[in-house]
Each structure stands twice: as C-alpha cells, then as structure tokens.
Design a protein around this ligand. Structure first.
Ligand code: FAD
Ligand code: MLT
Ligand code: ZN
Length: 497
C-alpha cells in the first residue's frame, strides 16, 4: 500500500548472491534451501493478501544449530531475516517488505522443527520445538488427557513459535491467561547466532531478569524462537457451550458480569459477534455449504435471525451434572431477567463445534467479502461498542462496520469491510480509530501485534520513554537491525545504518 512510499529503506543490507546460496545449501542441504517461485509467492504473501514481499529465498532449518549458523552468517553478511511460522499473522509481520528493489531478505521457517521433546503429566509441562502446529499439539495432548492453554481459529496452520512470538490471545485467555503466564521456558537464537537456553520447566524461578518475556510478543524482532516449554491444563470432562442472543450491547455487558459471578470457576470463554458479523458468516457458510451440498453446520442456530448481538459462553469443569445444572440455571435466570432474548445449549460435541465455527469463521468470511480494514483493540468493556457505532455514523453507506471479539477480555475486533480498498474510506478510519483508542487509554493492539501495519503507531499506546527503552533493547540484541526490519518499532528506532 501507500506505506511503501513513506518509509525510507535501510540501505545497509547486502544483496543476496550465489555464494550465500551455496553456503546455505552446505549447512542445510539442497532441499531445505527453497528458491521455487510458487512456494516463494506464498511465503511472500500474508494471510490477508495485503502485504507482499519479494524475497527470493526461504530456508527451512531442522535444528537449533542450523538456525544459529544461518543467523550468524546473515548477521555478518548484513542480510535481513524474516522469521515466519504458519504465516497467519494479521499485521504484516510475517512477510518481508521493502525488498523489491534489492534482494536482501531471507525468510526462515522453522516448520521442520516440529518434534515434541517431552511431556510431564504430573506438572502438565510440554516441551516442544517451535515449528509444531498448534492443532498437532492439541491432538497430542488430547491423547494424554490435557489441552493447550490457548485456542484460536488459525490452529490448523499457526505454529507454537508464531503464537509465542505474537503472544497470541484467542478464545481461552479469559480462563487460562496469556502466554506470559503459560510459557515456562524458551530457547531462542539471537541475531549473532548465540543460543539462549531459557528452556526451563519450573513454575517458579526468580533468578534475575526473566528474559523469556522479551521474546513473548516481540514478533521476530529480537530472535528466533526454536523451542518452547509450556504449561498445559488437564482436559476436564464436562464442557458446555451456549449460543445466545442479546437485544443490545448493554445486555451483553450485564451478561458478562453475571457469567463471571454465577459461572465463576467454570467459565472458559465469553465471545461475542454483532449482527453484521453474523450476516457475513451466514452468507459465507451458505455459499460454502451449497457447494458442498450439505446444509447442516454453521447456520445461525437460533430460530430468529433478527438479534443485534450473539454471545458464546463456554464452561469447562469436572462435574457433568453439577456444571450442566449451573449453566442451565444461569441461562434460565438470564432469560427471565431479559439479558438474553434467545439461546441454545449445544447438545453434543458436533453441535458445539458448529457454534464455534460461526465465531471462528468471522475472519475468513470477512476475507471473502472483499477488502477489510482490521483493528484489534483493547478497550474498557463499557466503551468498546461505542466505537463501532461511531464508525457506522462516520462511514455511512460506504462500508460495513463489523464488531466481534473476546468480550470477556475487553478485546474488540473492529473490522471495516468494503468492496475495494479506497483512500477516502481509509481517511475516515485512520487516525480516528487510533486516536479514539488512545483517548480511552486502550491498546491499539490487544493480541495481533504491531507488525508492519502498526509499527509507526506504537505511540498511541506507549510513552516515548518506553519506546526508547524498547529501541535500546533492540539495538543491544540486534545491532545490525537484521531481524524483521521495519516491523514492531518505528523504523528509525529499529534499524541502524
Ligand atoms: P506468523 O504469522 O508466521 O508470524 C507472526 C509473527 O511472529 C511474525 O512477526 C513473525 O516474524 C514472527 N514469528 C513466527 N514464528 C517465529 C519464530 N519461531 N521465532 C520468532 N518469530 C517468529 N491471534 C490471536 O491472538 N488470537 C486469535 O484468536 C487469533 N485468531 C486468528 C484467526 C485466524 C483465522 C487467523 C488467520 C489469525 C488469527 N490470529 C489470532 C492471528 C495470529 O497472530 C495467530 O494466528 C498466530 O499467533 C500467528 O502464528 P503463525 O505461526 O502463523 O505466525
Ligand atoms: C479472532 O478473534 O477471530 C481473530 O483474532 C482473528 C480476527 O481478529 O479476525
Ligand atoms: Zn481474536
């Protein structure tokens, strides 16, 4: 987009040459040094098809030592490196940028490092390589009677290393907390090739600065995560999922408070979508299912489709009859009090997954609907939906404004959907959305990160002094600025000539 013309390129990077390729082949073997055009096209394009790079080289190391050798070499040669996982990131962080003139970017994907190293049932600690796909970890743990502490719509493609690097939130954060709490240890390779072994499995370890936290959420700008140790909760036998309708946003808020107080310890998700989001998903699924000639699945499970808001409430506990009683009583009470206007409790696991498909299908439905301007905001819950309504007033008929997200965590996904990207629409959205968020002391990135999209917007949520310290840390760990250039921090802070 237009950002390409605003940003001054880092001229200190070298151009990739044949000797570089030979060196990489020597350390990784021919087949892990990828120059195939089709593979590279995918690796250069992000999930939203919004950000595109021109890298001519993708490396697929199989060991930490290989990652270390690659980085050491790239650092000495001043080749830029883009760490990539499942490439499901939503802020343009996972693809190279500004490399169309000079071929100076190498993409490194640790997807071949996908072994489970250890699992300890007593403590619930899983140690694995960073390239493990989230869904594969979920299946592995399922057999052991455990679950991952995070769950998200991209689980079939995203890698645990990518999740850690973005500090992904997702659908279970309300119960299990963020990766800053669940990640117990990491192995990370720094820009100069040094390997930091912080792969502990201890719950408690107050020996000096806890450096692993620097890498959780640093989006590949400080090092490459190669191994992860993570705390996993036991899989509890009783899971209930309710799909509910509310007449207004105020009722959604009251319902959240009620759910926290009446479902308490068993509450495991509290998600919402508005009717605009529901319309998009319904249309998307109807089209898809028509093709599949199968009309079950993700249709609106509620009889009437005229509700303003939909809420998914999940409970997870250990006592089936008690949990069921608890949620049924809660639903009855909420219905009587007028907080919910309609609702269904999933009767089996298939129905529960069809409810989840509605909520998890929103990002994909938005992609199919056309151009999408995506915002991921933390805001005080009572203010959150005001922004959606204000944006509807600002944009009128020019675009659809869609609100959904992790209500239980105060995280709004504000998405603006238009037939095409359009400067006039964009000018109505930015900087307004960021200024509004900043005014309400919210965060301009609740869970997706800053990537390229918001690197220069960091000051809306962080003070200059704080960003300055971030710049110093970046300089200390990556003095040549080779790791994920132009991402996370404003350009002049993250690159050095
Ligand atoms: P990538 O997209 O490949 O990379 C993301 C960032 O991490 C990049 O900056 C990259 O350089 C860096 N990175 C990747 N691997 C490494 C590594 N090993 N070492 C160092 N840096 C690395 N996010 C949420 O928080 N909650 C959600 O609910 C959620 N749902 C989603 C649903 C869909 C359908 C999609 C498409 C995305 C969703 N996301 C969500 C966004 C995304 O952040 C996550 O999908 C995921 O955490 C990214 O993992 P990945 O392996 O695809 O990383
Ligand atoms: C979600 O919660 O669905 C994800 O964060 C993806 C998105 O925001 O579109
Ligand atoms: Zn989300």
């Amino acid at each position: 987009g237009s950002a390409a013309t605003e940003i001054q390129r880092n001229t200190s990077f070298s151009t990739l040459n044949v000797d570089d390729i030979s060196y990489f082949k020597e350390i990784l073997g021919e087949k892990n040094v990828i120059q195939d055009k089709d593979v590279l096209l995918n690796a250069n394009t992000d999930w939203m098809r919004k950000y595109k790079g021109s890298s001519k080289l993708l490396l697929q190391p199989k060991t930490t030592n290989e990652v270390s050798q690659i980085l050491k070499y790239c650092n000495s040669r001043r080749l830029a490196v883009v760490p990539q996982g499942g490439n499901t990131g939503l802020v343009g962080g996972s693809v190279p940028v500004f490399d169309e003139v000079k071929s100076c970017h190498v993409i490194i994907n640790v997807g071949s490092m996908n072994n489970i190293i250890a699992f300890d049932k007593v403590s619930g600690t899983l140690v694995c390589e960073a390239g493990c796909i989230l869904e594969n970890l979920v299946s592995f743990l399922d057999d052991q009677g455990f679950i991952m502490p995070l769950d998200l719509g991209a689980k079939g493609s995203c890698q645990i290393g990518g999740n850690v690097s973005t500090n992904a939130g997702g659908l279970r954060l309300v119960r299990y907390g963020s990766l800053h709490g669940n990640v117990l240890g990491l192995e990370v390779v720094l820009a100069n090739g040094d390997v930091l072994d912080m792969l502990g499995t201890l719950r408690k370890d107050n020996t000096g600065y806890d450096l692993k936290h620097l890498f959780i959420g640093s989006e590949g700008s400080l090092g490459i995560v190669t191994k992860v140790s993570i705390l996993t909760p036991l899989k509890l036998s009783s899971v209930n999922l309710a799909f509910l309708a509310c007449k207004d946003y105020f009722s959604c808020q009251k319902l959240l408070l009620e759910a926290k107080s009446k479902l308490g310890e068993i509450l495991s998700a509290f998600e919402f979508l508005d009717n605009q989001a529901m319309d998009l998903v319904r249309y998307f699924w109807l089209e898809k299912l028509k093709v599949l000639n199968h009309l079950e699945g993700a249709r609106n499970p509620l009889h009437s489709s005229m509700h303003n808001f939909y809420v998914l409430i999940e409970t997870t506990g250990s006592n089936e009859s008690y949990d069921r009683e608890k949620i049924e009583a809660f639903l009855l009470r909420s219905m009587e009090d007028g907080l919910i206007s309609d609702g269904v409790l999933a009767q089996d696991i298939n129905q529960a997954s069809s409810f989840w498909r509605i909520r998890e299908g929103v990002p994909e439905a938005l992609m199919k609907a056309g151009a999408v301007y995506k915002y991921d905001l933390s805001l005080p819950v009572e203010k959150m939906y005001d922004l959606v309504e204000e944006m509807r007033l600002r944009l009128g008929q020019t675009a659809k404004v869609i609100g959904y997200g992790h209500l239980g965590d105060g995280n709004l996904h504000l998405n603006i959907s238009a037939p095409q990207y359009n400067d006039a629409i964009f000018a109505q959205i930015e900087p307004y959305v960021y200024e509004w968020t900043s005014k309400h002391r919210g965060s301009i990135s609740a869970e997706h990160g800053l990537g390229l999209m918001k690197a220069n917007k960091i000051f809306y949520s962080k003070s200059p002094e704080t960003v300055q310290v971030m710049g110093s840390i970046k300089k200390l760990l990556d003095p040549n600025g080779i790791l994920n250039p132009y991402k996370v921090l404003p350009y002049l802070l993250s690159s050095y000539h």
